[in-house]
Design a binder for this molecule. Structure first.
Ligand SMILES: [Zn+2]
Length: 572
């Protein structure tokens, strides 16, 4: 018999039922319907009681169906939802694994429709959640202990906007923690890095070194190198030894598994090479590993390899499949490199740039569409969004395809109304990151102003135009609760509110992070809501997202995560 941490009162066996019957004085008054059904129940229609794998009851079950129905009981069998409804369902079903939700909220697992999950070498330090330079130094010291003196240490994801010191980490900060290990840490966004003295020495970079083309080796106010290298950090990074397949795959497994803790039961990984699919395949070949479902997006750099892979894996499996093709139209707001209609604040006529010449981008979008693939297109600046939408509209008029589901991977600036009308007309969708409004607040305030600052990462306006807007994280950070918080409050990290007219309701945000994410992968019939026949991918939350004070949303914890009806994470 399976025992379960949440199974506090429900009877799971004959003897337990008897005890509950004895303890529940109000049973005969009908008030004890959860715990004390008869040991040989029969349904009201007289049909036999069906035994199923899992029953969850006495909860607030957000089904995320069309009507956003809220039920109390979910019946699961063979990994699928059989039925949801009231506790009356307990008359028709029984299970050795019955969970009393104790009033807690159960909902479909989050579907993060735009993220990046990687395996990392052992020398790597994740810096995207650090909040101080002191913390970075502690992480370095721990890593030196782990891998030994002399080894390269790498990392990614720091941002001065999130550090208590309010400045960038510099060479001198890294030297204090790692005098004997070369260190290179790439900033969030990937456009610069900070390296330490030993790394500069090994790369033979000194004050005499010429500035690399397209990049800058920075000097501090004292005229000395401060360790920051902009745009061309590979002049140091190329010295880092290759990592082994074994260390990368075991780290990938850990990083995928960690998503279950965040309540994420499906992801679309937004930029891999076809050969990286093999590593995912190796993990997903083992059905015992607790992992979220994954769809992998490839860039179109090697169409033959993508097509070969597609020939081999076809539609993939329920757990792992090939997603849409990824195209990069422009950059982001670190740099900044997003391609905008109007110049950035205080940067002359600078408007960012496209990732490739316009004619090449137009040809690429047409080529991928004509090859029959769906596309997820990175477009951040309003000029990039306008160009991509105009191009797709032309492409779709020239070569119409019903239900293409092309979408924009971002929508960081609100484009002109006409662009949103075109998107609605041609069913061009969005996966939006409301969490950017929160985490990238500093970037937006520095580079944008007025109306375009207020309407960063809009959701309400595209939705009102009839555009499908799914919600995702792009790992900034990965936790869906940050996205839900920012989607309903429109608040940045400082607490300032940006464009409250772009806020959506929690119900809409939940739908965006579940069912609409499934829709972008043509999976709305199997995922994203708790309806009969769909995968039992579900999470139990510590609090009720529909009634909680919005300021507390980010404190909600994920108590349990189920994938295919199987408990894959519990916080106990
Ligand atoms: Zn991304």
């Amino acid at each position: 018999m399976t025992t379960h941490p949440l199974n506090l009162t429900l009877a799971q066996s004959f003897s337990k039922n008897r005890i509950v019957l004895l303890l529940c004085a109000s049973f005969f008054l009908g008030a004890c319907d959860q715990g004390a059904r008869p040991t040989q129940p029969s349904s009201s229609q007289g049909s036999p009681v069906k035994t199923v794998d899992l029953i969850l009851t006495n909860g607030k079950v957000l089904t995320v169906d069309n009507k956003f129905s809220i039920h109390s009981t979910v019946i699961v069998d063979a990994g699928l939802i059989v039925e949801t409804g009231t506790a009356a369902l307990l008359e028709n079903y029984q299970s050795d694994n019955t969970i009393n939700l104790d009033g807690k909220t159960l909902m479909p697992g989050f579907i993060d429709s735009h993220t990046h999950i990687r395996g990392r070498p052992q020398r790597y330090i994740e810096l995207s959640e650090v909040t101080s330079i002191a913390e970075i130094q502690d992480l370095i010291r721990a890593k030196v202990k782990e891998i030994g003196e002399g080894e390269w240490i790498t990392g990614y994801g720091w941002s001065e906007d999130e550090l208590n010191e309010g400045r960038r980490p510099l060479k001198s900060d890294l030297d204090l923690a790692a005098p004997l290990n070369p260190v290179t840490f790439t900033r969030a966004g990937g456009h610069s890095a900070v390296v330490n003295t030993l790394a500069l020495q090994l790369a033979q970079i000194s004050l005499e070194t010429e500035q690399p083309e397209g990049g800058i080796i920075e000097r501090g106010e004292d005229g000395e190198l401060n360790g920051i290298i902009r745009e061309r950090q590979e002049i140091v990074g190329k010295l880092v030894p290759d990592s082994t397949y074994e260390e990368i795959i075991s780290s990938l497994e850990i990083n995928l598994n960690a998503l279950l803790k965040k309540g994420i039961t499906s992801i679309t990984d937004a930029s891999k090479k076809p050969d990286e699919y093999l590593m995912f395949e190796e993990l997903y070949d083992n059905p015992e590993l607790p992992l979220p479902r994954a769809a992998i997006q490839f860039q179109w750099s090697d169409p033959a390899a993508i097509n070969n892979l597609k020939d081999r894996v076809g539609g993939g499996t329920d757990m792992l499949k090939i997603g849409p093709i990824k195209v990069f139209a422009d950059g982001g707001f670190t740099g900044p490199a997003a391609y905008t209609l109007e110049p950035y604040v205080d940067q002359g006529e600078y408007r960012g740039y496209l990732n490739m010449p316009e004619s090449e981008l137009v040809a690429l979008l047409n080529e991928i569409h004509d090859a029959g693939w769906q596309m997820g297109i990175h477009a951040i600046g309003d000029a990039a969004i306008v160009l991509v939408v105009n191009t797709l509209a032309d492409t779709l008029e020239r070569n119409p395809r019903v239900d293409h589901r092309h979408y924009l991977n971002h929508f960081s600036m609100r484009p002109p109304e006409l662009t949103m009308e075109l998107m609605a007309e041609h069913a061009i969708h969005i996966t939006q990151q409301p969490n950017f409004t929160y985490t990238l607040e500093g970037r937006y305030v520095e580079n944008l102003d007025g109306w375009r600052l207020q309407h960063n990462n809009p959701i309400r306006s595209p939705m009102d135009h009839g555009i499908t807007v799914a919600i995702s994280s792009d790992i900034l950070p990965i936790g869906p609760l940050v996205g839900l918080y920012a989607a309903v409050t429109r608040k940045g990290m400082t607490g300032a509110v940006y464009g409250p007219d772009e806020a959506i309701t929690m119900t809409e945000a939940i739908r965006g992070y579940t069912l609409l994410g499934a829709y972008l992968n043509f999976e709305e019939d199997s995922k994203g809501s708790l309806e009969p026949g769909k995968f039992a991918d579900m999470i139990v939350l510590s609090d009720d997202l529909l009634t909680i004070d919005p300021e507390q949303i980010m404190d909600v914890s994920i108590e349990q995560t189920f994938v295919h009806g199987k408990l894959v994470y519990t916080n106990e």
